[in-house]
Design a protein around this ligand. Structure first.
Ligand code: ADP
Ligand code: MG
Length: 479
C-alpha cells in the first residue's frame, strides 16, 4: 500500500452529572420534550450561568487518568453560530484555555504491540438541543431537553494509523470513562459519540494530507466502516489526479458511505471570545493533590497487576476490568477464595454466561462474590467437582442459599471413596461385555463410554480424576 491513513478523533463524552453544566435543570434522558430545560438553558435575557462543580471534578479525574496537564487556569468561551436548536446563538465551550491539556493513552494493537496515542486536549462545553423532523408533517420541532448537558470533548492528535486503531482507541476511552464514572457511556442515548478526522498521505512522507471530518458517529462499527470508506474514497480521488476538499461529511449506515454535509468552517468563523458571564476555572495545587489521592487504580494498572500477580492472560484481564463493578467482584472473589485463576475462570465463564442468559446488568448479579468464593473453596478442597459446582451455582443464582447448604441438602458432595468408585466401575464393566471386548481389541475410544456410564450411575458425583485412574487400572487388569 502506497497510501498511509492518518486519523484523529474528537470524542464527545457526556458527563455523569444530575444537572446541567450551567443551570440546575435535570439531565434526565427520555423525558417529554422541553421539560428539562430552564431559563438559563433557553438563553432568556437577564439570566446568568453558574458552572456545575461536579463537571469540573469529572474533567480533572479524566485528565489525571490520561496523565494530562491540568490547567491551573482555564476559561469558558462563546462559540457563535446560528442554529434552531441553539437558542442563545452561541455555545459555551472552551477554546484557547481548555481545562485538560496534553495527555496520552496507551492502546494495544492487534499484533500485541503497544502504542501511545497523544490526547491534545479535553475541554468542557455544553450540548445543544435537538431538532425533531418526524413529529409534525411539513414542520420541524425543537426539543431543548439536551441543551446545556455537560460534555467533555476529548481531542486526539492524528496518531491513529487505521480504522482498527481508531476503534481500539475509542473503545479504550469508552471503557475508561465508564470505569471512572465520568460518563455512563450509553452510546444509544448519545452519551459517547465521536467525529473522525481522516486524511491519507504517501507512505514515507511526514506532511499531513488534507482531511475530512465525519460527524457524529455513535457506534464502534460505524466508526470503523466510515473511516474505511473514507480512506478508500480519498485514495481513489488522489490516484485519479483529484484533490481532497476539506469538508465535513456525514456517514450513512444504510448505504455504508459518507456524503458531504458542509464545507469545513474555520475557527475564526465562530468569533470565539471569552464568556463575560463566567469566571475562569482556577485549580490549585492543593485541589490536584486531593484529586490525585482520590484516583482509583486505573484499568491499565489493574490489567498489568492481573497479569503479573494473578498470572491471568490478557483477554481475561481485559474482560474483568471492562466495568468497575466486575473488577471489584473479581477482586473480592480472589481475596476470599485464594485462587485467582479459578476466580477468573468463573467470572468470565459461569457468571458472564448467567448474566447474559438473564439479560441483566452485572451489578444485579444475585450471587455475591463472598458466597461464590465459598463455592470455589469447595471445588478447591474436592467437596464438589467442577461440573457439580455449576449445578450448585445455578441453584444459588435462582433460589439463593449458601453453597454448603445446597451441597448438603441435595447430597451433591463428591464421591471420593475408592471403594465406592470401584464398586460403580465394576458394575458398569459387568454390564458392558461388548465394550470391554472392544477395549481389549485396542479400541481405546470406548474408554469415554465407560466414564460416561460411571458418572451417570454416580449422578455426576464421582470424582472424575479418580474414575479415570481406577477405570484404567481395572480395564488393564482384566486384559
Ligand atoms: P478543528 O478544531 O478545526 O476541528 P483541529 O486541528 O483542532 O481542527 O483538529 C481536530 C482533529 O483533527 C484532531 O483530532 C486532529 O488530530 C485531527 N486532524 C488534524 N489534522 C488532521 C489531518 N491532516 N488528518 C487527520 N486528522 C487530522
Ligand atoms: Mg472539529
Amino acid at each position: 500500500m502506497t497510501w498511509e491513513p492518518v486519523i484523529g478523533l474528537e470524542i464527545h463524552v457526556q458527563l455523569a452529572t444530575s444537572s446541567k453544566i450551567f443551570s440546575g435543570a435535570p439531565t434526565t434522558y427520555g423525558a417529554p420534550p422541553n421539560t428539562q430545560a430552564c431559563a438559563v438553558d433557553l438563553g432568556l435575557p437577564g439570566v446568568l450561568p453558574v458552572v456545575n462543580g461536579r463537571a469540573i471534578e469529572l474533567a480533572i479525574l479524566f485528565g489525571l487518568a490520561i496523565e494530562a496537564e491540568i490547567a491551573p487556569y482555564s476559561v469558558f468561551a462563546r462559540k457563535n453560530y446560528f442554529y434552531p436548536d441553539l437558542p442563545k446563538g452561541y455555545q459555551i465551550s472552551q477554546y484557547e484555555m481548555p481545562i485538560v491539556g496534553l495527555g496520552r493513552f496507551e492502546i494495544r494493537l492487534a499484533n500485541g504491540q503497544r502504542k501511545f496515542i497523544r490526547v491534545r486536549r479535553a475541554h468542557l462545553e455544553e450540548d445543544a438541543g435537538k431538532s425533531v423532523h418526524d413529529a409534525y408533517p411539513g414542520l420541524s420541532g425543537i426539543d431543548l431537553n439536551r441543551t446545556g448537558t455537560p460534555l467533555l470533548e476529548v481531542v486526539s492528535e492524528p496518531d491513529l494509523a487505521s480504522a482498527a486503531e481508531a476503534v481500539t482507541f475509542m473503545r479504550g476511552m469508552h471503557a475508561l470513562v465508564k470505569f471512572l464514572g465520568v460518563s455512563d457511556g450509553n452510546m444509544q442515548e448519545g452519551s459517547f459519540r465521536c467525529d473522525a478526522n481522516v486524511s491519507i498521505r504517501r507512505r514515507g512522507t511526514n506532511i499531513l494530507g488534507t482531511r475530512t471530518e465525519i460527524k457524529n458517529l455513535n457506534s464502534f462499527r460505524f466508526v470503523e466502516r466510515a473511516i474505511n470508506y473514507e480512506i478508500e474514497r480519498q485514495t481513489e480521488v488522489l490516484e485519479t489526479g483529484g484533490k481532497i476538499t476539506q469538508e465535513t461529511r456525514l456517514y450513512d449506515p444504510d448505504k455504508d458511505e459518507t456524503r458531504p454535509m458542509r464545507s469545513k468552517e474555520d475557527a475564526h468563523d465562530y468569533r470565539y471570545f471569552p464568556d463575560p458571564d463566567l469566571l475562569p476555572i482556577v485549580i490549585t495545587e492543593a485541589d490536584l493533590v486531593a484529586a490525585r489521592a482520590a484516583l482509583p487504580e486505573l484499568p491499565a494498572q489493574k490489567i498489568a497487576r492481573y497479569l503479573t500477580e494473578y498470572a491471568l492472560n490478557q483477554d481475561d484481564a481485559e474482560a474483568l476490568i471492562s466495568e468497575r463493578g466486575i473488577a471489584a467482584y473479581f477482586e473480592t472473589l480472589v481475596m476470599e477464595s485464594g485462587d485467582p485463576r479459578l476466580a477468573a475462570n468463573w467470572v468470565t465463564g459461569e457468571v458472564f454466561a448467567a448474566v447474559n442468559r438473564a439479560r441483566i446488568e452485572f451489578s444485579r448479579v444475585p450471587v455475591s462474590a463472598r458466597e461464590l468464593a465459598k463455592l470455589l473453596v469447595r471445588i478447591g478442597d474436592n467437596t464438589v467437582s467442577r461440573s457439580i459446582a455449576k449445578q450448585v451455582f445455578e441453584a444459588m443464582w435462582s433460589e439463593g442459599g449458601t453453597a454448603d447448604q445446597i451441597i448438603a441438602d441435595r447430597g451433591l458432595k463428591q464421591v471420593t471413596d475408592d471403594g465406592e468408585i470401584s464398586a460403580l466401575i465394576n458394575s458398569v464393566i459387568a454390564e458392558s461385555p461388548e465394550q470391554v471386548a472392544q477395549f481389549r481389541a485396542g479400541k481405546e475410544k470406548v474408554f469415554s463410554y465407560f466414564v460416561g456410564q460411571i458418572m451417570k450411575k454416580s449422578k455426576g458425583k464421582a470424582s472424575p480424576q479418580q474414575v479415570n485412574t481406577l477405570l484404567l487400572e481395572k480395564l488393564n487388569e482384566q486384559t
